[in-house]
Design a protein around this ligand. Structure first.
Ligand code: KG4
Ligand code: ZN
Length: 362
């Protein structure tokens, strides 16, 4: 079964064609990230307007690639219609304007091409990024979903049955990266910025005198709720602690990681990453042990973080647990994961009954 999947829940405009839930025939992602870097974040209204412009070219490109069209050999619309069996669409959670662009486009295509429509929850779709890269995890498995808006631990019993074990009470893990990067003047999106500054600290550490390292590392940031005995998370205290520390240091921070980055700036970025990853890993491993689960799936935009991947694998190894991580290209928002989830949990819906649900949960 070939599915054309569409994803527009946040700032990306993405389309993909996926065969039988695992075979990615094409995956196209357009993002306006450079523009957001300029403003330091996403402006929902601007995101939706960009998506209106991008959606048709992105779908055309995904279908074109899937049918092997080239500039010389262009495919027409009927070829496209014949090349897929169903249309899948993310209907929530996300930004209302952005979701509307994708949902209305998918509904229209479903009507015009007379193809069934499958609705997909964006958060559950993230899990299926791991079904696109080699060996798939085996049920029951545990999944840590860490994105810009969500941090959740789920016990997946089957494609349809799952249990929410806990989640964040305030900021999401990705949001914590983004806010910390802003405080540290490292730019947007914060995850990759913090990650590269943290790497710079490890490099710099080789050159710094011992006393300076000891002085820097005296400052630690909190690991909130790490020993709370449940699967809830809290990341807003991290931002407050970081702000307090920066106020105390009273430095003038150069923007973006560069040769002129201050040791304090890159050290604090390193400590932010350590704090967030320590908390995520500790809770995930505890849940794996409590529920006697042997497979763990890490997903969502923050799963692109290399330190998180490595530290989780190391901790899981010690407990005999196996970690599944998506290919980097499927960590952040994309439509291929939507096409996979749609195939495995075929949640058909009549086009006129589908509406975006910005606050959809599980
Ligand atoms: O899943 P995603 O692409 O979009 C949402 O559904 O929210 O996640 C975006 C989040 C952002 O907060 C971004 O800073 C974070 O993922 N992220 C990272 C990395 N790459 C993206 N966080 C940590 N390390 C990274 N390398
Ligand atoms: Zn996402």
């Amino acid at each position: 079964m070939k599915i054309l999947a569409i994803e527009t829940s946040c700032d990306e405009t993405a389309a993909a064609v996926v065969g039988d839930g695992t075979n990615v025939l094409s995956s196209v992602v357009a993002s306006s990230q450079e523009m957001y870097a300029k403003y330091g974040g996403i402006i929902p209204e601007v995101a939706a307007r960009e998506q209106v412009k991008a959606i048709i070219p992105v779908i055309n490109e995904a279908l074109g690639k899937a049918v092997g069209a080239t500039k010389a050999k262009r495919a027409d619309t009927s070829t496209f219609a014949d090349s897929v069996d169903a249309i899948a669409i993310t209907y929530g959670p996300g930004l209302i304007g952005s979701l509307l662009v994708g949902v209305e486009t998918a509904k229209t295509l479903s009507w015009v091409w007379q193809k069934p429509l499958i609705k997909v929850n964006h958060l559950l779709a993230h899990i299926y990024a791991s079904f696109l890269s080699g060996t798939a995890p085996k049920f029951p498995f545990l999944t840590l979903i860490v994105s810009g808006g969500h941090t959740d631990l789920l016990l997946m019993k089957s494609h349809e049955k799952y249990k929410w074990l806990g989640g964040t009470r305030d900021d999401a893990a990705g949001e914590a990266f983004d806010k910390a990067a802003r405080l540290l003047n490292l730019g947007y999106p914060g995850g990759p910025a913090i990650s590269s500054a943290a790497q710079d600290y490890l490099q710099l550490k080789k050159e710094l005198p011992q006393e300076k390292i000891a002085d820097l590392e005296q400052t630690t940031l909190p690991r909130s709720m790490i020993k709370s005995g449940n699967y809830d998370f809290s990341f807003s205290g991290l931002k407050t602690a970081l702000r307090r520390e920066l106020n105390f240091l009273n430095l003038s921070l150069p923007s973006a990681p560069s040769k002129s980055s201050l040791p304090e700036q890159v050290y604090l970025a390193y400590e932010v990453q350590e704090s967030i990853t320590d908390i995520l890993i500790s809770k995930t491993i505890s849940a794996g042990k409590e529920f006697s689960i042997s497979n763990i799936v890490l997903c969502g935009g923050v799963s692109a973080n290399k330190v998180l991947r490595e530290k989780l694998k190391e901790a899981a190894d010690k407990e005999g647990l196996k970690v599944f991580v998506p290919d980097f290209k499927y960590s952040t928002d994309n439509a291929a994961m939507v096409g996979s989830r749609a195939f495995f949990a075929q949640d058909f819906v009549k086009p006129h009954l589908l509406h975006p649900d910005p606050s959809l949960l599980y």
